[in-house]
Design a protein around this ligand. Structure first.
Ligand SMILES: Nc1ncnc2c1ncn2[C@@H]1O[C@H](COP(=O)(O)OP(=O)(O)OP(=O)(O)O)[C@@H](O)[C@H]1O
Ligand SMILES: [Zn+2]
Length: 653
């Protein structure tokens, strides 16, 4: 009877899946095999060769076709009588508005980025449709349930931002290979090939020709008529030789650490570059993206660890190839893990720097993984997560509110369990997304322009696409296709004005109303003037706060020559190194205060060994797990004490 009821609920449900990638393929298959009959799928991508190892609904012959459409066709072959409606489109598009969302009983996310997840969260809240959210990174995964008014929304807690390092560790005192990679990628590569107007902490001055450092020549400028190997060697000697000599001059810095050794190209590679396979002059296939220093030097295996001499050859050769074959792109390049030549140059540079600082060298394969924040996807994790999404979706459809679980998939068993289910939390009463709580913004109203506010706060922090900004009854900014020419001119002019000089001046005490009509989302921001900001800690020159009490990080050594890296945010995120912020795993030992209730996040890493898995949003005590669900769900729950019964906020029934 129970089973029949369940099947009825499943058969009559209309569900929306967003994302038909790694999780999405598994999810669509599991939904279809579980009896779902009306499934809509949105995915904006086409199939790539690299998807085929795990996105099993796709085959080689589908490369280049819409994921949503091919996924539909593949599933219809074994479930021909169900309805699957594909949309090859961005979920942020205007066609997927509140009315579109309202037609569904539940929305299931299999996305890979924060931006789209926040967008779907807002539309689900506006449309009153429950959301089952998911993410995986390697062996780690999670599924969470978000039902308006009952459980926390996807944005009830701020998300950890990617790990960052203090500038001094990167520029002066690297102690790990990752520091050398960040230096090679964000400083050296950006300086050589990126936008010249971007600020850069690389020391580019040489003392040649002038005593005052202001007048010293920029060592990075190519001299008239200079050949590219000479130019490359000059840069090499500057960054790996001269700059290290300069740093060594600061005796204080090296009292408690090993002194780096300056490296000059002439010492490592006295002779001119020589080639193994002689294909230097040709651009294979005429395609600049296939230019490779490894290929022209005859280095074949990306898993080999090159010697200092080989790294030097790769560096100089990659440098030459950039100037010889890809000159047009110079000035606009941004490091991309799929750009072979860029990866070669960054690997070689990071290794030469590592050699100088006594840090072990790494292969190109490893360096690429670190530079591109690549965590290899694990198909089984996606399959497990997809199964859990369906389990939660069925509970949502049956209205079994008290059975909802957020479930974490671990890398190492914690007390013999790989799946860690936790009762969801109630909405955060100060969430600016689901509770309409105003935010606060500290900003220098006489220095910051409206453009800074739009870019750094409205788009980047609040994740709005088509914002409208109002101050009282004055419209300060709006975007959209249906604006008159004079309106566009007016808003464009406003962007360049400082806040205090806008047509309706924004000063301390002003309240700005920011709205995104597409997301059906509005929030108020209380403005407070502040004169100065710490460039390193508050690079935006403004500070947004308000929707949750942010835990204070344990202060690590942030002195100018710190021993440990610190993160730039209060969250010490696990170094999941995900390129796509898939998991919002929160560090061990940090208390978060959602909705005014203490949520203890204690360390389960004593039960897990990996630092990345040992950071979960749950509290576990040493009691034995107990099966608490009496139906045959896979849900097991660590005994009731786990969340500290008196501290745990149960969902509102
Ligand atoms: N805004 C969006 N609108 C629609 N689909 C989206 C949006 N953002 C991401 N997606 C889809 O979500 C899916 C995520 O799947 P997955 O994490 O497996 O990524 P992938 O791009 O397939 O693989 P990889 O990034 O590892 O190469 C992708 O198919 C992607 O197209
Ligand atoms: Zn919320």
């Amino acid at each position: 009877m129970e089973f029949e009821q369940q099947l009825e609920v499943i058969k009559s449900a209309k569900v929306l899946m967003v994302g038909a990638g790694g999780i999405g393929c598994e999810l669509l298959k599991t939904l279809a095999l579980s009896g779902f009959q009306d499934i809509h799928i949105i995915d904006m991508d086409t199939i790539e060769v690299s998807n085929l190892n795990r996105q099993f609904l796709f085959r080689q012959s589908h490369v280049g076709q819409s994921k949503a459409k091919v996924a539909r066709d593949a599933v219809l072959r074994f479930r021909p009588n169900i309805n699957i409606t594909p949309y090859h489109a961005n979920v942020k598009g205007p066609e997927f508005n509140i009315d579109f969302f309202k037609q569904f009983n539940v929305v299931l996310n299999g996305l890979d980025n924060l931006d789209a997840r926040r967008h779907v969260n807002r539309l689900c809240l506006a449309a009153g449709v429950p959301l089952v959210e998911s993410g995986t990174t390697g062996f780690l995964g999670q599924v969470t349930v978000h039902v308006k008014g009952k459980t926390e929304c996807y944005e009830c807690q701020p998300k950890p931002t990617p790990k960052s390092y203090p500038v001094c560790t990167i520029t002066s005192t690297p102690s790990k290979f990752v520091h050398c990679i960040v230096w090679a990628k964000d400083l050296l590569f950006a300086k050589l090939f990126g936008d010249k107007n971007q600020g850069n902490d690389l020391n580019t001055r040489s003392s040649d020709g002038a005593s005052s450092s202001d007048n010293a020549e920029d060592a990075f400028e190519r001299r008239a008529g200079e050949d590219s190997e000479h130019y490359g060697r000059r840069i090499y000697d500057h960054v790996f030789g001269y700059n290290i000599e300069m740093a060594l001059g600061n005796e204080e810095a090296w009292k408690n650490r090993d002194r780096p050794k300056p490296i000059y190209s002439g010492d490592v590679l006295p002779e001119k570059l020589s080639y193994q396979n002689g294909n230097v002059e040709d651009c294979p296939n005429g395609d600049p993206s296939s230019v490779s220093a490894m290929a022209s030097l005859g280095l074949k295996n990306p898993q080999d660890i090159w010697s200092l001499r080989e790294n030097t050859r790769v560096f100089l050769e990659a440098f030459k190839l950039f100037f010889g074959k890809r000159e047009k792109e110079i000035g606009n390049l941004i490091f991309d893990k799929d750009d072979q030549l860029a990866v070669e140059l960054v690997t070689a540079a990071a290794n030469i720097r590592a050699a100088s600082f006594g840090i072990p060298l790494h292969s190109l394969f490893e360096a690429k993984g670190i530079a591109g924040n690549i965590v290899h996807a694990v198909a089984t994790t996606n399959a497990i997560i997809a199964g859990l999404i369906v389990i939660e979706a069925i509970k949502v459809l049956r209205g079994e509110t008290n059975k909802y679980r957020m479930t974490y998939c671990l890398e190492h068993p914690a007390r013999k369990m790989l799946l860690m289910p936790v009762e969801p939390f109630e909405p955060n009463k100060s969430c600016y997304v689901c509770s309409e709580t105003p935010l606060s913004l500290e900003v220098n109203t006489r220095r910051s322009k409206l453009r800074d506010f739009v870019d750094k706060i409205v788009k980047s922090k609040l994740g709005m696409n088509l914002p409208i900004i109002m101050h009282g009854s004055t419209l300060l900014y709006e975007v959209g296709d249906d604006l008159e020419e004079d309106e566009v001119a007016n808003y464009t002019a406003n962007l360049e004005k400082v806040l205090a000089e806008l047509p309706s001046p924004v000063t301390s005490g002003s309240v700005l109303k920011v709205e995104d009509l597409q997301q059906e989302f509005t929030c108020n921001i209380n403005v407070k003037h502040r004169e100065n900001f710490d460039k390193e800690k508050e690079p935006d020159g403004m500070l947004l706060s308000g929707w949750t009490e942010i835990p204070t990080p344990e202060k690590e050594n942030d002195s100018s020559l710190g021993k440990e890296e610190i993160v730039s945010t209060p969250y010490q995120t696990a170094s999941l190194g995900t390129e796509n912020d898939d998991l919002e795993i929160i560090p061990a030992g940090v208390d978060i205060v959602p909705g005014g209730t203490k949520r203890k996040l204690s360390d389960i890493s004593n039960a897990t060994t990996s630092s990345s898995a040992g950071v979960l949003d749950v509290t576990v005590n040493s009691q034995k797990p107990e099966v608490i669900d009496d139906d045959n769900d896979v849900v097991v729950m660590i005994d009731g004490g786990n969340l500290n019964a008196n501290k745990k906020k149960k969902m509102l029934e």
